[in-house]
Design a protein around this ligand. Structure first.
Ligand code: FES
Ligand SMILES: [Fe+2]
Length: 416
């Protein structure tokens, strides 16, 4: 349970809020590269309660500037891309990607008024199939070089979906290993790990990049099945599926507030073994997410719940087999901003408790004048030798941390 003040601290991210200052200290993904292919229309994006427009200028360079024209407020995402920038349709003011006003064609020639206009602008870079921005104060840190962002393009793919609730609810669902045995329980296949062992033993360890979570399931046949997932400071995670070992890949996720009641979930699919079937991923996505980047199953249609499907035990929730939509149901129905003064946390919530503590500690330290935690500034330090994300069987007598020591030792030896 959190106090109302603590709940406000972690859920509010608008300009000037402590939580917003924390998230603004890191690069944040705002759109996929696919959305901004050369020639794409300017894209309105809302990030931490700021309305912005992402566009490619005529040279092909990306810019991110305020959505509303500083003249009299018209939406610039409808504008014309020409003459070195983005031109407002109302009176023709022209802006470059740095927020400079290049032309005011209705003003008197040589008035100099345009030079007094500074429109908000933020830096943008492309990495890992998405476009990132830095909205913080001072020098930007580095974007972490996790493998799911830096691997060859054929091994990774990124999507985003909009969810109708506060970003912390999304993040919490991704650091909650216990819910997979219920919300995501389905007939068939590798789902047996979740179906046949419903009360995993959980353990968390602090790491250089956040928190490593171990969830150990003792299977009816006696196998000890361990999943290792991670919380990445401050709003990322790396979930892994319920596959039988050897696991070939995992996902990276980022939960980015659009405002305090809506967020974008970015998914980075990563396959380190074999090849990533991008066509299959696209097909599944198209079946489950509409052109408005929202799940087809949503509150308006009661997530298309089919109680016959539920009663047949095809799925536990009766909401189809697409896991992200099942998660969306769980987090959106907690309310647009969950009231955490009314919850009752159990022993399976230790990773959530740890993650909230990390956020609250970071906010408190920043309020005391310290820098946000884990900011990367040295390219030589932008590597994560203690990162593991997988599912595997433990050896006799081994526990989760012991497994990690064994695997990390093997990685180190291979590198030497
Ligand atoms: S409102 Fe944009 S140029 Fe006038
Ligand atoms: Fe989930």
């Amino acid at each position: 349970m959190l106090s109302r003040h603590q709940n406000d601290l972690i859920t509010q991210t608008g300009p000037g809020t402590p939580g917003g200052r924390l998230l603004r200290s890191y690069w944040q993904p705002i759109a996929t590269s696919e959305e901004m292919a050369p020639g794409a229309a300017p894209l309105p994006v809302r990030v931490m309660s700021e309305d912005l427009v992402l566009f490619r200028d005529p040279a092909g360079d990306l810019g991110l500037i305020g959505l509303f024209c500083p003249h009299r407020g018209t939406d610039l995402s409808y504008g014309r891309v020409e003459n070195g920038g983005l031109r407002c349709l109302y009176h023709g003011w022209l802006f470059d990607r740095h927020g400079g006003c290049l032309e005011q064609p209705a003003e008197r020639a040589g008035s100099g008024f345009k030079d007094k206009i500074r429109h908000p602008a933020y830096p943008v870079v492309e990495k890992g199939g998405v476009i990132w921005t830095y909205m913080g104060e001072g020098a930007a840190p580095l974007i972490p070089d996790f493998a799911f962002l830096t691997a060859p393009a054929e091994k990774r793919m990124a999507f985003r979906v909009i969810q109708e609730c506060n970003w912390v609810q999304g993040l919490e669902s991704s650091v909650d290993p216990a819910h997979t045995s219920f919300l995501h329980r389905m007939s068939g296949g590798d789902n047996r790990f979740f179906r046949e062992s419903t009360n995993p033993e959980l353990e968390v360890e602090r790491t250089s990049f956040g928190t490593r979570m171990h969830s150990l399931r003792i299977m009816p046949g006696g196998e000890r099945y361990l999943r290792i997932t991670n919380y990445l400071y401050p709003n990322g995670t790396t979930p892994v599926g319920g596959e039988a070992p050897p696991v070939q890949g995992y996902q990276g996720r980022w939960y980015v507030p659009m405002d305090d009641v809506t967020h974008c979930r970015f998914e980075f699919f990563y396959q380190h073994g074999g090849t990533l079937d991008k066509d299959a991923l696209r097909r599944i996505r198209a079946e489950n997410v509409g052109p408005d980047r929202r799940h087809i199953r949503r509150a308006d249609n009661r997530y298309l719940q089919d109680r016959d499907e539920m009663m047949r035990d095809d799925t536990f929730c009766g909401m189809g087999r697409y896991i992200p939509a099942q998660d969306a149901f769980a987090i959106e129905t907690q309310g647009r901003i969950q009231d955490r003064t009314k919850e009752h946390l159990g022993t399976t919530d230790i990773a959530i408790i740890e993650m909230r503590k990390a956020l609250l500690d970071a906010i408190a330290r920043m309020e005391q004048g310290h820098e946000a935690p884990g900011l990367l500034r040295d390219p030589a330090a932008n590597r994560f030798p203690d990162f593991i994300c997988t599912a595997d069987y433990l050896r006799d007598g081994e526990d989760g941390p012991g497994y990690c020591r064994r695997m990390l030792g093997a990685t180190k030896e291979a590198a030497e």
